[in-house]
Ligand binder design. Structure first.
Ligand code: C2E
Ligand code: MG
Ligand code: MG
Length: 963
């Protein structure tokens, strides 16, 4: 089966974010990518920063050392010059030109300060040279040089060298003011960075050189004069890194040690990494974007199959098993999808099988016929087992079976065949639970139909219930692939369910008689007959030719059933069936029976009705020939229960296409013709003619009129007096209904009671009669006219479960004592449903109602039989009175009835007494009551009232009076 593959529609990237799983995965990806990146960046940053700082300090220290060396060298150079000058012994009053050049730019002034006397400037000027000498004079010994540094009034650094010297015998000190540029200049351009600052501090933390107003940090002051090193401190919102170097000059100069400090803001030191800090967020951002995009791509790729699977799962939850999940990723997802699809397929199959099982269950529980179950199996089998054809074969008896075959590949492709099943095949079927049979060559006869339809293999499963082989199911395919074991299990389950259903008690009966065949006669039943007829009509339409439809009805079959029993009735039906079939077979090739395959044209329609299809007729004469043969066959008596019984038949014939083209019309017309034949008298046939149809239409019209009559007031009651045989006094009357038809005049009951019975109208009519009769009786009773009334009850009324209630209600309404009312039932009614009828009558009797057997002698019952029923009156049918006077058999029967009736304590009514001879005979033999035209015809209510008021006994002359 081709199943649509359903992958999810392609979705935008951001769709991944709608899935919780997608979001989680994205967060995870980003986390995995960013955390190490950021950590690495931080660690690198910290380590590089530290490294830079360490290097920066180192550099500062080294630079401080370098600067210290340079400064020391310059001091030493200046000292050398000074020593040279002092060593001359006699200082010139003014420096000679070469010395001027030599000191140029090194010193700003050279002044000789004698211990006493006037100071003298050899070069430039030193305004407070004496003060300087005074301040330091004690500290300098001859041959020593004192280094003196201070900050000027305007806070400029000033450095002086002081050395003992003499001039003109005057000893004193030579003071040299070193040039700031000479001592400190040029340092920046060589060793110092642009942001470095140079500080020179003496050991008492005086800043000899450096920015104004500088506050030294304690960390630095603690280390002054302490060799070299580096340190860091924070001040004025700046973190400074610094390197320092102490200059120990005691050997050369008289001075406290100086410390050279080079400091630089930390930010300058870390400037190279600051660039990285600026660009790092951008790198991080780019990294995030990259990770997000790649993650989304990957998540979407992962989510698509996941969503497809999810959608697939939802579909399954909705019980839609048809769609398939399409994943083409060639990874585990694809494997999962393929497993999922095969699971959905299995589920679909299982659900279908479950559905089928449920349907079969339903069919089994609700079906009242095997055909419904067969229908279900044929229709649903392909759902449980992949197959092209399904055959259900039901056994009739050991050797014959009916095969129903459904071709699943063609709409409406169903065939019903009658197949042979050999005992060996039946035994083999019974012995196995299932079997795959190859149909390629020499298929077994019971699978012939499947082979004919092109099946190559069939899975055959017997339908067995409690060791009883009911039939078998065949699932056939036109290819050779055998279905998997799962499907076979389903097929077996289906077969088991079907077997249980079919074996249901009633089903088995139907299966045996085979739904299409009548159990009593073995003939096709109504259902099969329709099939046969449809086929014959279709062929006639295709190939031309006529089809005859015969309706055969046995006359008075009911009586045989009633008198001789159902067994004998069935035997008669079988005999009739056999004769009919023979008649058809002997019909000179008019019918199409073949010797090997029984293709019956005769069918049992139901009850005592048989139908025959006569295909391929040339004309009406062909049909008449067969029908005549049928009637001839009935001329011979039937041997039933050891006696010869003559049974007559009435046959109606309709021909296609003249009398109708469809089965329904033809059957109706044949039925009409049959009724017509019945009316013509026993053992006759009629061909349908449209006039008959109009008779049937007329009957229909009458039924409609009757319906109206029940509602209107067209029905009337007449009353026929019943007199005491001895006194001829009226003791009772029988209510007899008439119909005052607006067009047809007054109709006797025989013209419409039959229609009323068939249409069910007899129920409302019966109630009306009972009520009207009781009302009339009430009037008479009220007037003091003591009498009883009889009312007739029809068969249909007797079967009405509400009848007793109706009677009780009417009696209550009209205030009639049950004893005054007698219900008349014809003898033939008692034969049907005897048990129930006895119970019902007993109940009426207990209520006090009178019960009368009407028309006794016409219904084949016997007196001894009557003793089971609680009757109190018996009415001898008038047919027995015809010849009583002449003393023949009728007289003997009537005498016997009177004697036996009295022995059973029954009152006897002589009915239909027309002659004084009949009256005399009845009186002579002790008949109790007389009813008949001799005494009175049925009277209208008014006439009856007058007669009752009159009070005189009726005389036979009344018959003459009545005419
Ligand atoms: P039944 O119950 O046997 O009624 C007696 C029939 O015999 C009546 O015919 C009556 O007119 C007729 N009859 C009486 N005396 C003579 C006679 O001396 N000679 C002849 N030839 N006939 C006589 P009716 O009224 O035509 O009724 C015929 C049948 O229709 C009744 O036979 C009864 O079976 C049925 N029927 C009549 N009225 C009712 C009714 O109210 N309800 C039911 N269910 N059936 C009714
Ligand atoms: Mg009657
Ligand atoms: Mg009668």
């Amino acid at each position: 089966m081709d199943v649509p593959e359903q992958g999810p529609p392609r979705q935008p990237y951001l769709s991944a974010l709608t899935s919780r799983f997608g979001r989680r995965l994205l967060a995870l990806f980003i986390g995995c990518a960013l955390v190490p990146t950021v950590l690495l960046a931080l660690v690198s940053y910290a380590s590089v920063s530290r490294q830079l700082e360490i290097q920066g300090r180192e550099r500062l220290r080294e630079a401080a050392e370098g600067v210290g060396m340079t400064v020391l060298e310059r001091l030493i150079g200046a000292q050398a010059d000074l020593a040279d000058l002092a060593a001359r012994g006699m200082l010139p009053s003014r420096l000679p030109a070469p010395d001027v050049v030599r000191f140029d730019r090194k010193v700003n002034g050279i002044v000789f300060v004698p211990r006493t006397g006037e100071e003298r400037a050899l070069l430039g000027r030193i305004p407070d040279a004496s003060d300087i000498v005074d301040a330091v004079a004690g500290e300098v010994a001859p041959g020593q040089t004192l280094l003196y540094a201070r900050r000027s009034v305007n806070d400029l650094p000033q450095t002086f060298l002081v050395s003992p010297a003499s001039q003109g015998g005057r000893s004193g000190a030579l003071v040299v003011a070193l040039d700031v540029g000479y001592l400190w200049g040029g340092l920046r351009s060589t060793a110092l960075g642009p942001d470095m600052e140079l500080l020179v501090v003496d050991d008492s933390a005086r800043v000899l050189y450096g920015p104004d107003g500088l506050q030294l940090p304690p960390a630095l002051t603690a280390r002054l004069g302490d060799g070299s090193g580096e340190l860091a401190w924070s001040a004025e919102q700046t973190t400074w890194l610094a390197g320092y170097r102490s200059l120990h000059m005691r050997g050369r100069f008289v001075t406290p040690p100086w410390t050279i400090v080079l400091r630089e803001p930390r930010s300058s030191v870390l400037a190279p990494i600051a660039q990285l800090r600026r660009t790092f967020p951008l790198i991080l951002l780019a990294c995030i974007v990259g990770v997000v995009l790649l993650s989304l791509l990957q998540i979407r790729r992962g989510l698509q199959p996941l969503q497809a699977l999810q959608e697939g799962t939802r579909r399954i939850a909705r019980r839609d098993f048809e769609g398939r999940v399409a994943v083409r990723s060639r990874d585990e997802f694809a494997e999962l999808a393929s497993s999922f699809n095969s699971m959905a397929g299995t589920l679909a199959q299982q659900f279908r099988a479950l559905g089928t099982a449920a349907d079969v269950d339903r069919a089994v529980l609700s079906a009242i016929d095997a055909l419904t179950i067969v229908d279900t199996i044929l229709g649903r089998a392909p759902d449980v087992y992949p197959c092209d054809l399904v055959g259900v074969t039901l056994l009739v008896d050991g050797a014959a079976a009916h095969s129903f075959v459904q071709d699943g590949t063609r709409p409406g492709g169903r065939r019903i065949e009658y197949v042979a099943l050999t005992p060996e095949a039946a035994a083999a079927l019974r012995a196995e639970t299932e079997r795959i049979v190859s149909l390629d060559d020499a298929p077994p006869s019971h699978l012939g139909t499947l082979a004919e339809l092109g099946a190559r293999h069939a899975l055959v499963i017997p339908l067995v219930f409690q060791d009883d082989l009911i039939g078998f199911v065949a699932f056939a395919t036109r290819h050779d692939a055998p279905a998997d074991t799962e499907a076979r299990t389903h097929a077996r389950r289906l077969a088991a369910q079907a077997a249980v259903g079919l074996a249901n008690a009633r089903m088995v009966e139907q299966v045996r008689s085979l739904a299409f065949f009548d159990g009593v006669t073995g003939l096709p039943n109504r259902l099969f007959y329709r099939e046969l007829l449809a086929r014959a009509l279709a062929r006639a339409r295709r190939e031309g030719g006529r089809v005859g439809i015969c309706f055969v009805d046995l006359d008075h079959f009911g009586r045989i059933n009633d008198t001789l029993g159902h067994e004998v009735g069935d035997q008669l039906l079988r005999e009739v069936a056999a004769r009919l079939a023979r008649c058809c077979r002997e019909s000179d090739g008019i019918t199409r029976m073949t010797s090997d395959e029984p293709r019956p044209d005769v069918a049992r329609w139901g009850g005592d009705e048989f139908t025959i299809v006569l295909p391929d007729l040339n004309g009406a004469h062909d049909a008449i020939r067969i029908v005549q043969r049928i009637l001839d066959a009935f001329a011979q008596p039937f041997q039933l229960a050891g006696i010869d019984v003559f049974v007559a038949a009435s046959v109606g014939v309709a021909l296609a296409p003249e009398d109708g083209e469809d089965a329904e019309t033809l059957l109706r017309h044949a039925d009409v013709a049959m009724y017509y034949a019945k009316e013509q008298g026993r053992n006759s046939f009629s061909l349908f003619s449209p006039a008959m149809n109009s008779a049937a239409v007329e009957r229909l019209a009458l039924e409609q009129d009757l319906r109206r009559a029940v509602q209107g007031s067209e029905l009337v009651l007449h009353f026929q007096p019943i007199v005491e045989a001895g006194t001829a006094r009226i003791v009772a009357a029988e209510a007899l209904v008439r119909w005052q038809h607006p067009q047809r005049g007054l109709l006797p009951p025989l013209d419409f009671i039959g229609i009323a019975e068939e249409s069910g109208l007899v129920l409302p009519i019966g109630e009306w009669i009972l009520r009207s009769a009781c009302r009339q009786l009430r009037e008479w009773r009220d007037e003091g006219l003591a009498m009883h009334l009889s009312v007739n009850v029809s068969g249909r009324q007797l079967r009405d479960p509400t009848l007793t209630d109706t009677i009780i209600r009417v009696l209550g309404e009209t205030g009639i004592e049950p004893e005054w009312l007698t219900l008349e039932l014809t003898e033939s009614l008692l034969m049907e449903q005897q048990e129930q009828t006895v119970t019902l009558l007993q109940r009426w009797r207990d209520m006090g109602l009178g019960l009368s057997v009407d028309d006794f002698g016409t219904g084949y019952s016997s007196l001894s039989y009557l003793k089971h029923f609680p009757f109190d009156t018996l009415k001898i049918d008038r047919t027995f009175l015809h010849d009583v006077a002449s003393g023949g058999a009728d007289a003997a029967i009537t005498r016997a009835v009177l004697a036996l009736g009295h022995a059973l304590d029954l009152k006897i009514v002589g009915e239909g007494v027309e002659t004084t001879e009949q009256l005399a005979f009845l009186r002579e033999h002790g008949c109790d009551l007389i009813q008949g035209f001799l005494m009175s015809r049925p009277l209208t209510a008014d006439e009856m009232t007058r007669r009752l008021r009159d009070g005189r006994p009726l005389t036979p002359s009344a018959v003459r009076l009545a005419g």
